[in-house]
Design a protein around this ligand. Structure first.
Ligand SMILES: Nc1nc2c(ncn2[C@@H]2O[C@H](COP(=O)(O)OP(=O)(O)O)[C@@H](O)[C@H]2O)c(=O)[nH]1
Ligand SMILES: [Mg+2]
Length: 78
């Protein structure tokens, strides 16, 4: 499910829920705020524990270079 689909699903759930219009509007407004929010995630861990592999799995692409065994691949902040 991509980002847009998650928000769309949440909006549809709210619209079809048994709630007052005031509550629905408040929830929809909160979703609008959430859409604009950016988060920074720091992934830390020992060399070779699978940080790069996890990042690649999350983005379903090769964003981070995966090392071979426990030999370090990335030596600084990236
Ligand atoms: N068995 C196993 N190996 C993994 C897993 N995640 C990563 N690896 C392997 O561990 C090695 C180091 O992974 P990498 O993602 O580069 O680790 P990083 O140093 O923390 O970024 C690579 O050979 C990966 O293929 C896992 O969940 N299971
Ligand atoms: Mg790495």
């Amino acid at each position: 499910m991509n980002k847009e689909n998650i928000f769309e699903a949440m909006e549809n759930d709210i619209l079809s829920a048994d709630l007052t219009e005031t509550v629905k509007n408040k929830m929809l407004k909160n979703i609008m705020k959430l859409k604009e929010r950016k988060v920074n995630i720091m992934i830390t861990g020992a060399t070779g524990c699978g940080k790069s592999s996890t990042i690649n799995a999350l983005f379903d692409t090769e964003v981070a270079k995966v090392g071979v065994g426990v030999n370090p691949e990335t030596m600084g902040y990236q």
